[in-house]
Design a protein around this ligand. Structure first.
Ligand SMILES: [Ca+2]
Ligand SMILES: [Ca+2]
Length: 715
């Protein structure tokens, strides 16, 4: 058994004193450990004596780790140890205690330890990997706050169309002017308007004979780069632009590229027909020979918007094209010279600081090059009397060859690109709007085709289709159709009126005008208001002057602004000449700015509250539009954006009270919410109070905006 024990020791393990184990060798008499390979079995005796010596010494290294070893080996060592010194046991010390580093490494390379290490490392690595994947999964799947898309000034602005002759007369001649607009910049700024869209201010021809009727058509332009003296001069204009910009506001002009006055120098030169081949200006307009053998009939069947033929014969029996009035010859936009002239006009006004243009008659720019006939839509339609005899009117034809030609879109894209270049140099985006007639499909094409940019938006005249009889469903149909047809990533807009449409208050009545105003202001997109809509200005159609004033009969929506219950309604000073159009006498009974500013429940104050509400609010600038109740009575929607306050806009378009369940229709709409804005003759709600949305009750024609704080979504 002694031999067996020794051989076991020599093979690697020698029990040490007490809890001490000595690795693979024995201690020499000098206290050094000799390796077993150089230690014959005979050294065992010396080792044992040394053993006894060590036994009497204190433990040298109690910090040596007591490694575990296989139980079989432990049992073997235990038996040896117990034979040598029954008082010692393995439990009193680790099997590797006292081993040198090299020996420990030898043990650590054994398959068992190696595998154990691999298993432990695998467990740790797998755990870390699982933790990493979990963290990434949480980050990716947790509801994110979306990044707000940047909006440019024209997307955040409120546009206000000023019909200059009727805004304010500063020099007592009875006609509004640029200085009148400038003096009211503070008023507009206070109202919350950011962009002024001026009506045409260019010098006009005298084709309409007389000051009174000259305003019936403001596109008889004789000079596109000057100001009509009745409005002021270029110096006044520059002052107006500068002051507008000083207030952080913008200003746009009408651009009329389709035609000029027949008194424009270009047309005068173009009409000099004695040497047409040498005439530089001949190509500026659309000239054609007449039809039939005698060439005295119009070249084709094209009809003007003003009825009758779109062709006018001159003294030399040549015909020029006019899609509108005879005195408004169409420019030939296929001429490079004309395109250069038009670009020079844009540059002229851009250099003066203008922020953009409204392109009039955008779908009439080009006509068929081969002058092909338009097709009649309806047979046996009533004809109208014309100089050349009875003719089918303009609306009897499908205008495939005179409206909406693809070249129109090319031209608009060209101007858009020019404004982009100009804007890039000045670091200021220049807006381009279009005046388009036609269907929704025709209209949407003007946003751009085939990945080419068109205008920033064509004015949304469909929003002017609502009438007094329109209910919540009528509103919903208009809004939903427009939004559904709108090309992706294009910007919507909503109008209250313009200088060629029936006024808002006349079109809808005072009651409906109020919720409609709220709708226009708070739907996604840019709102476009017509001067006077903030006070419910009505056309003077009941005036006794109607019969004697053709301009009042023809364009009743262009009446003077009513500022106060004073002489001339504040349109001009007391001793000034009467306004060029008769004032609406309602200015004496509350329909004026001064009166309504002092009345917290007035339309003016509602307008201002709405501009203040939407100003700088991400939910209105970037937010989602979520339609809620759309029925015969109520039109309602939510505007909200991640991390921001949510808003519910609820408008009762009915003449009776309405009760609607709103809470629960959309996940964020609470059971009650804070009232931000109220409109209506006898509203149920009060600003600052809480409105019950479970259900919501609204009085006739009442409109409210309520808000609630954003709540983070749970995992
Ligand atoms: Ca004036
Ligand atoms: Ca044209």
């Amino acid at each position: 058994m002694e031999t067996s024990g020794i051989s076991t020791i020599s093979s690697g393990l020698v029990p040490s004193e007490g809890t001490k184990w000595v690795n693979n060798g024995v201690a020499s008499e000098t206290g050094h450990v000799k390796s077993s390979s150089s230690s014959p079995m005979t050294t065992r005796t010396a080792g044992e004596s040394k053993y006894d010596e060590l036994k009497s010494q204190p433990k040298r290294d109690s910090s040596i780790v007591d490694f575990a070893i296989p139980s079989s080996r432990r049992a073997s060592r235990k038996s040896i140890s117990e034979k040598q010194d029954p008082s010692r046991s393995v439990s009193e010390g680790g099997p590797y205690r006292g081993m040198g580093k090299e020996e420990l490494l030898r043990f650590s390379n054994r398959p068992f330890w190696r595998n154990l290490r691999y298993i432990c490392m695998s467990v740790v690595l797998t755990g870390w990997l699982a933790l990493l994947i979990t963290v990434i999964a949480i980050v990716l799947t947790y509801p994110q706050c979306r990044e707000a898309q940047p909006r440019d000034w024209w997307q955040k602005t409120v546009i206000y169309r000023v019909y200059v002759p009727s805004f304010l007369d500063s020099n007592c001649d009875g006609i509004g002017d640029l200085e009148g607009v400038r003096r009211n910049l503070g008023y507009l700024h206070d109202l919350g308007v950011n962009t002024i869209a001026l009506s045409p201010i260019y010098p006009l021809g005298s084709a309409n004979l007389g000051l009174d009727s000259i305003h019936l058509s403001d596109t008889h332009i004789v000079n596109h780069t000057d100001i009509d003296p009745i409005y002021g001069d270029l110096e006044d204009f520059q002052k107006l632009v500068n002051n507008t910009h000083d207030l952080g506001m913008h200003i746009t002009l009408d651009f009329v590229p389709n035609h000029t006055s027949d008194e424009h120098p270009w047309f005068k030169y173009s009409s000099e027909n004695s040497h047409p081949k040498d005439n530089w200006y001949r190509s500026y307009y659309v000239w054609a020979k007449g039809a039939c053998a005698n060439q005295l009939q119009p070249p084709n069947n094209w009809q003007s918007v003003e009825e009758c033929s779109a062709w006018e014969r001159d003294e030399d029996n040549m015909f020029y094209l006019h899609q509108f009035m005879t005195s408004q010859p169409d420019l030939n936009l296929r001429s490079e010279k004309v395109r250069d002239e038009l670009k020079a006009i844009l540059k002229f006004w851009l250099d003066l600081g203008v922020d953009g243009f409204y392109i009039r008659n955008s779908n009439f720019l080009f006509e068929d090059y081969d002058l092909r006939n338009d097709s009649l839509l309806i047979d046996n339609l009533t004809q109208v009397d014309c100089a050349d005899g009875p003719q089918y009117p303009h609306n009897a034809y499908e205008h495939l060859h005179t409206q909406g030609l693809s070249e129109n879109f090319d031209m608009l894209a060209h101007w858009r690109a020019y404004l982009d270049d100009y804007g890039a140099q000045t670091n200021q985006y220049k807006i381009l709007l279009a005046d388009v007639d036609g269907s929704y499909e025709d209209y949407m094409d003007y946003y751009g085709l085939f990945n080419r940019d068109g205008v920033d938006f064509p004015l949304n005249k469909f929003s002017l289709d609502l009438k007094k009889s329109s209910d919540g469903q009528g509103v919903a149909k208009m809004v939903e159709t427009y939004m559904a047809k709108l090309p992706s990533n294009r910007w919507p807009n909503w109008m209250s009126g313009d200088d060629r449409s029936q006024r808002l208050a006349d079109r809808l009545g005072d009651d409906l005008a109020l919720p409609y105003l709220m709708l226009t202001m708070l739907l996604p997109g840019t709102p476009y208001f017509y001067y006077g809509d903030e006070i419910g200005l009505r056309a003077n159609i009941h005036s006794t002057s109607v019969d004697t004033e053709p301009k009042l009969r023809e364009k009743p929506m262009r009446g003077p602004m009513l500022w106060a219950n004073t002489s001339h309604a504040g349109f001009s000073d007391r001793f000034c000449k009467d306004a060029w159009m008769p004032l609406n006498e309602l200015y004496t009974s509350g329909m004026n700015v001064q009166f309504q500013k002092d009345d917290p429940a007035s339309l003016w104050n509602l307008f201002r509250n709405l501009t203040q509400l939407r100003q700088g609010k991400p939910s209105f600038e970037y937010g989602d539009y979520i339609p809620l109740v759309h029925d015969d009575e109520v039109f309602s929607f939510v505007r909200e954006f991640d991390g921001e306050k949510g808003y519910l806009v609820a408008l009762n378009f009915a003449s009776q009270p309405a009760t609607k369940q709103v809470h629960g229709l959309h996940k964020t709409v609470p059971g009650s919410a804070k009232v931000e804005v109220v409109g209506g003759a006898k509203p149920l709600h009060r600003k600052g109070e809480s409105a019950d949305l479970d259900p919501l009750r609204l009085m006739p024609y009442e409109g409210i905006v309520v808000s609630w704080d954003y709540e983070a979504k749970e995992l």
